[in-house]
Design a protein around this ligand. Sequence first.
Ligand SMILES: *Cc1c(COP(=O)(O)O)cnc(C)c1O
Length: 392
Amino acid sequence: MAGREFLHLPGPTNIPDAVLEAFRRPAIDFASTEFIDLAEGLWTDLLDVFGGADEVVVLTSVGHGAWESALTNIAEPGDTLLMGVSGMFGQRWAEMAETLGYDVIKTTTELRRPTDPAELADKLTQDRQGPNKIKVVCVTHTETSTGSLADLIAIRAAIDAADRPALFVVDAVCSFATDPVYMRDTGIDVLVVASQKGFMLPPGLAFCALSSKAVEHSKSITPSNHHFAWAPRFQEGHIYYRFGGTPPEQHLFALRASLDLIADEGGIDAVTDRHRRLANAAHAAVEGWATAGPWEINIVDPAERCAAVTCVRTGDLIAKELIETARDRFCVTIAPGIIPSLDIHAIRIGHLGDLNEPMLLGALGGLETAMTTLGMPHGDGVPRAIESLAAL
Ligand SMILES: *Cc1c(COP(=O)(O)O)cnc(C)c1O
């Protein structure tokens, strides 16, 4: 088909040309000063973009590897974890923790809201009065399956109010570079991030960004796995061990390009501001469609919606028909719902990564055209998105 495909998945996301080109660089000697300087520069910039991390572990892995690395270096099998579950990703992380032998206390799963800080506070208070076991609190910041955004400041306050020494571990795989994440100010101990969402890279790099408290605490832990253990990676000495094996050079060249793009845009705050503007426009479009059709944003409270992805309920309409027509006739690729009760009656519009206003309007226009083609009832959405963007 002529022209560009519009990729609006909540990962993988559009890869900018500067990032793609960075992969076309030949391999170099990883022991060379050139490579070591590159790696040192990346470390320094990563500590900064994660909002004041004290250390960062770079894994050649997908996000699942960073999930596992975060768990096994911060608690030992048999330890109790409190996990906020607000959708499919939180659920999968909890299943991983159970498989690894942790004792997992889960919150009730709310599919139309993020994890409730009050529920975490209750569970922490019960723990203080009773068994006194919770070692770690894990929360998914942006729950990509529902489009919710957890209130990390309120959750940190709940941990502090319950006077628990628990470490605070946050899945920011989808929220990094899309909604603000400030590790130091928020008091996050471990931040889990992956490359293929806000970083605009292919999958293949994952990160555990750490507070100094997490670094210290991890020294008292014997990880139940080997490759994902942090201690050998902290060692001064050969760069090979810092990466747990051969450094993924081309991914790191590309990460350099991605960090440079973030800096050129005005830094991470400018990047998250853009995401919020685009998300507001997407929400406005759905509200327009909803004036004459069954469309509904899954997350009801605007303050609880993330900026990375919008999950839209389609009422009785079959989402698959819309997704296929949008993709096959109008070059717009969006994602299906993945929450069990919602999979055939929901769509997810990704609006994260290398994306600007006309790209979003193009995608919303393509979707709206597909609705018209299919005779799916809807009000005017695109003019609302235009109004939302023009107002700024
Ligand atoms: C995408 C995603 C993951 C999983 O990342 P993979 O790289 O696919 O392993 C985990 N958590 C959230 C919130 C995500 O959006």
